[in-house]
Design a protein around this ligand. Structure first.
Ligand SMILES: [Zn+2]
Length: 294
């Protein structure tokens, strides 16, 4: 009985520890709720509304792509939302796609990235930037990375480009999964390692990495890295999944894939602590990158 009492007290304590959220976690989670299950247009409007509340200016860059598949023409339209801070010569891009996979509420993919990007803008808007920094909400990532591809073509001057940091899938677990490590992040990895050390993060890096908007930069050999927060072991599992041609061994399938692109990608499965971890890691990374420009 007594033992039961202790266990009960411990479990109540544990659950109260899980429930207690910091103001930053509340702020991050509110943004996931703001875009979850919304239409494509509503997701964009939510972002613009939040930027308006912060008093931060933005530009929108609409695009329309018409391609021919046999006799049919396929039209993909979208709108990137861009906040530019700082005026340095060299350029940093921090991006998260805001579109969601068809019929998915898109809470973790990628309401989580949107939430982190909004919080970064909110908290870093008065930093003295040594670079020009574009915080980009990319559209149509789920349509062959269309939004980021248009952004690179419209806004990137290769000799001025310093780094692109991509945020996609930030809402579960406590492992910082970065990649794809290789020829297009020779400069960035040092800062990634420093940020992990400073934040005490459990960092997993791989050269095989799931596709996302960073690829539009990698295609032009522009420095880039992608950051996700995933359940323990998922970094290795996701890397293996990509390495095997996007095929998963059912016994060792990456956990994040069980809900991604499905109707189950809901905020109830998103952890505020994971969002905070992504925010803190990226914040440290950006501040250290900024210091390098002094
Ligand atoms: Zn995504």
């Amino acid at each position: 009985m007594k033992r039961f009492g202790i266990l009960l007290t411990l479990s109540l304590l544990a659950s109260s520890l899980v429930i207690a959220q910091t103001p930053l976690e509340d702020e991050l989670f509110a943004s996931v709720l703001g875009v979850e299950g919304r239409t494509h247009t509503e997701r964009g409007e939510y972002i613009k509304g939040q930027l308006h509340k912060m008093g931060v200016g933005y530009v929108t860059a609409p695009f329309k792509n018409i391609s021919r598949i046999k006799k049919d023409s396929v039209v993909i339209e979208g709108e990137n939302i861009i906040v530019r801070l700082g005026q340095g010569t060299k350029h940093i891009v921090v991006g998260a796609h805001y579109d969601a996979f068809k019929n998915s509420p898109g809470a973790n993919d990628n309401g989580s990235g949107v939430a982190v990007l909004l919080a970064l803008i909110r908290h870093l808007q008065s930093v003295e930037w040594n670079y020009s920094v574009d915080f980009c909400f990319f559209d149509q990532e789920e349509a062959n990375l269309m939004g980021s591809m248009y952004y690179v073509n419209q806004f990137i001057i290769p000799k001025k480009h310093l780094a692109m940091i991509n945020l996609d899938i930030e809402g579960t677990g406590d492992e910082v999964f970065v990649g794809p490590v290789g020829s297009t992040n020779r400069f960035l990895m040092r800062y990634i390692h420093e940020a992990a050390k400073k934040n005490g993060s459990s960092l997993v890096e791989h050269s095989d990495y799931p596709g996302s908007d960073y690829q539009s930069f990698a295609d032009y050999s522009l420095e880039n890295i992608s950051i996700s927060i995933v359940p323990k072991g998922d970094g290795d599992r996701l890397s293996k999944f990509v390495h095997n041609g996007y095929k998963a061994d059912s016994l060792d399938a990456p956990k994040v894939l069980s809900v991604m692109h499905t109707v189950y990608d809901r905020s109830s499965l998103v952890s505020p602590a994971s969002l905070r971890m992504s925010y803190e890691f990226t914040n440290t990374l950006l501040i250290q990158l900024n210091e390098s420009g002094k």
